[in-house]
Write a protein that binds this ligand. Structure first.
Ligand SMILES: [Zn+2]
Ligand SMILES: [Zn+2]
Length: 162
């Protein structure tokens, strides 16, 4: 499932190049980094560094492990990616060009379900107002078991009873 994207003025690659150039010690975007940014932004999903390394290798786009880890940190800093603490490892997803949304995370199969809810947004705004707090972003993750895993569990329990 993918939410409709948000209009942005620059391509992710251009935004990343601009970020690197604006560092106290300006850097240039390497070929590997550019390949990585293009690959990440070709589809929206939730991934960790190891999954990304595997997926890029499968797509015939080898990239060094060190580059992946280093570049992911920079992409978060540049506002292109958002970090999500789902399971034991750190996950990433697009932030740039993608709307604010929340997550249901299945601890059995690792499924991630994205959702948006106007009442939740209103509640967060209201709590902010009450505290005189200006919110820039938030992370909301509900952990549990997805419907498919629930169904599988019920079926297994029925079988156990037979
Ligand atoms: Zn599940
Ligand atoms: Zn998401």
């Amino acid at each position: 499932m993918q939410l409709p994207s948000v209009e942005v003025s620059q391509s992710p690659e251009a935004k990343f190049r601009e970020y690197l150039a604006s560092r106290p010690k300006p850097q240039r975007c390497t070929k590997q980094q550019e390949r990585m940014v293009r690959f990440i932004f070709s589809q929206h999903n939730h991934f960790d560094a190891e999954k990304l390394i595997d997926a890029m290798k499968q797509a015939g786009l080898p990239v060094s492990r060190a580059t992946v880890y280093r570049t992911l940190t920079k992409l978060v800093d540049a506002g292109l990616l958002r970090r999500l603490e789902l399971g034991p490892s750190m996950y990433y997803e697009h932030d740039y060009g993608y709307p604010q949304h929340e997550h249901l995370y299945c601890q059995r199969c690792g499924a991630v379900i994205e959702f948006q809810h106007p009442e939740l947004d209103a509640l967060i705004r209201q709590v902010g107002r009450e505290h005189g707090f200006h919110a820039n972003s938030h992370t909301f993750i509900v952990r549990g078991t997805c419907s498919e895993c629930n169904r599988a569990r019920v079926t297994k329990r029925r079988l156990d009873l037979v």
